[in-house]
Design a protein around this ligand. Structure first.
Ligand code: FES
Length: 146
């Protein structure tokens, strides 16, 4: 392995042994679960949101070394970020952090499971907010009719 490949390999091994932000958040604002149908591995992501920022994020679940290391990197990227910036996180950002840009197609699902969970969770949360906002607007409109 070349020098960089060695470093990336070590990072993946280290993250899989000691994942970042592993655990559960009680009463999270966002919580989402999904699994990789190819192997059955699964990830739950929990987030706290305040003033449109992700103030805390944790994950639980099991997965291969690539899955666990990419999930760790993702949680590190997300923590403290504005929701608008979290929405913009792309797969290349995570793969690049671990030198996985040329990953085989079959392993891509391992690497991106957590990004999928994060985005589904985030968009479900935002859709809920939209509904609430519309409901409030309708209530305000309705009250003006009396
Ligand atoms: Fe299950 Fe990679 S083999 S997530």
């Amino acid at each position: 392995m070349s020098g960089n490949a060695d470093i990336y390999h070590e990072m993946i091994v280290e993250y899989s042994r000691h994942p970042s932000n592993y655990g559960k958040i009680e009463n999270p604002d966002i919580s989402y679960h999904d699994s990789n149908p190819l192997c059955g591995d699964s990830i739950d992501i929990f987030m706290k949101v305040q003033d449109n920022k992700v103030t805390d994020i944790k994950f639980q679940g099991r997965g291969c070394a690539i899955c666990m290391s990419c999930t760790s990197v993702l949680t590190e990227l997300v923590k403290g970020k504005a929701i608008d910036d979290v929405k913009k996180i792309q797969k290349d950002e995570i793969l690049g952090e671990l030198g996985l840009q040329n990953l085989q197609a079959v392993r891509i699902k391992c690497a991106l499971l957590s990004l999928k969970v994060l985005k589904y969770g985030l968009y479900t949360y935002l859709a809920g907010k939209l509904k609430d906002a519309n409901a409030d607007a309708l209530k305000a409109e309705a009250s003006a009719l009396y």
